[in-house]
Design a protein around this ligand. Structure first.
Ligand code: NAD
Length: 359
């Protein structure tokens, strides 16, 4: 290992763990010096990729050269692995969802504080360009003030893998993709949630949700829909947003999309009625071409640095984390509320994203 780099060991060398190894490769301040996985097959895969594999988690914890443990196991064991890591004096990067309950998260945060170590959750989709474009629209009012945000991810392949089908591992789509989309929404919109309703879907007959819809109304006037589906053979756009001056759509992660805004140089142009089905409509006629401007998506909001650059600076005491534990906690509270609203069929009103921590 290069002397100036922080040694990172990846725990859980599956899909995401091995991807992390690629992400960190060549980083100026972090270096993956090894991995640990419960399965010998995955330890072998790690060795083949050039990363020595430890035989046990205890061996990782006891290795004084290891500074950072990156947890990329199924969700149910994040907490216990993190707490042991802090007790051994390591910093932790933890995959999302950080854990399965607010109580467990408080235990993790307390263990980190007691050890004087950093816990940072890999909410990487804050860096997604599609999300940063919408953030730019929201902050800069590029289509007027946003009042409606629809954020969706749709697939047709069902719930992937094995453990994601099982509740005891923290499976289901709300905890999988939901945590990303909700983190994005709360990171962008700093306003109280006045009302929340939700619905989980169990179309595939798994014990966990294969998709969900959550409807949120914020105090600042924005209403949002967050939707995840795994049985959508035709997808809806990744983002559909409405502002007081226009509408924006982002189809997918390749940033196909456009905005259509009111032409400020034109007075009101009366639409021409169109034949619609067996009827006639003026209300639903497309706006006249002179009345609107079709434009490209704005530049994405700029993030100051990458997740891993930020993490390295945080453990060196040079920066504040971009993914803050208070923000992670808010998302966990929101997920709890979405489960509750779906279970009871009730609309939750004025619920608190910042309830006091248990003492
Ligand atoms: P996976 O099943 O592909 O890999 C998990 C690995 O962990 C397996 O190899 C398994 O043997 C190993 N493992 C299980 N328990 C262990 C333990 N106690 N100690 C050591 N190894 C253990 O799962 P995945 O898709 O890689 O997901 C792993 C984590 O990464 C999950 O928390 C998931 O939500 C997260 N994830 C995040 C993103 C993202 O974009 N941030 C994307 C995919 C997955």
């Amino acid at each position: 290992m290069t002397a100036s780099k922080h040694a990172v060991v990846i725990v859980g060398y599956g899909g995401m763990g091995s991807y992390h190894a690629k992400l960190i490769q060549g980083h100026p301040k972090l270096e993956v010096t090894g991995t640990f996985d419960l399965l010998e097959g995955r330890r072998e895969a790690s060795r083949e990729d050039g990363y020595p594999a430890y035989d046990s988690y205890e061996a990782v914890l006891q290795d004084a050269a290891v500074e950072v443990i990156l947890i990329a196991t199924p969700n149910d064991v994040h907490k216990e692995l993190a707490v042991q890591a802090f007790q051994a004096g390591k910093h932790v990067i933890c995959e999302k969802p950080v854990t399965l309950s607010v109580e467990d998260f408080h235990i993790m945060v307390t263990a980190a504080k007691e050890a004087g170590r950093t816990l940072m959750v890999h909410q990487n989709r804050r860096w997604d360009e599609d999300f940063r474009v919408v953030t730019q629209m929201y902050r800069e009012n590029t289509i007027g003030e946003l009042f409606r945000i629809e954020s969706r991810v749709h697939g047709a392949n069902g719930i992937p893998g094995d453990w994601r089908h099982l509740e005891e591992f923290g499976g289901g789509m709300l905890l999988d993709w939901g945590v990303h989309l909700l983190d994005q929404l709360l990171y962008m919109i700093d306003s109280r949630i006045l009302r929340l309703s939700s619905r989980l879907s169990f179309i595939l007959g798994n014990g966990v949700d294969d998709g969900f819809e959550a409807m949120l109304e914020f105090e600042n006037g924005i209403s949002a829909v967050v939707e995840v589906g795994t049985t959508n053979f035709i997808t809806l756009p990744r983002w559909y947003v409405k502002g007081t001056e226009g509408t924006g759509v982002i189809e997918d992660w390749s940033l196909q999309g456009r905005t259509v805004t009111r032409n400020p140089d034109m007075a009101h142009v009366e639409p021409k009625p169109i034949q619609a089905g067996v009827g006639l409509t003026k209300t639903m006629a497309p706006p006249s071409e002179e009345a609107t401007i079709t434009g490209t998506l704005p530049e994405a909001f700029h993030m100051p640095c990458s997740f891993f650059d930020n993490f390295a600076e945080v453990i060196e005491g040079k920066a504040e984390p971009i993914v803050k534990n208070e923000e992670v906690l808010r998302v966990l509270h929101l997920i709890d509320a979405i489960f509750q609203a779906a279970r009871t069929g009730e609309t939750l009103k004025d619920f608190d994203l910042y309830p006091a921590a248990p003492t």
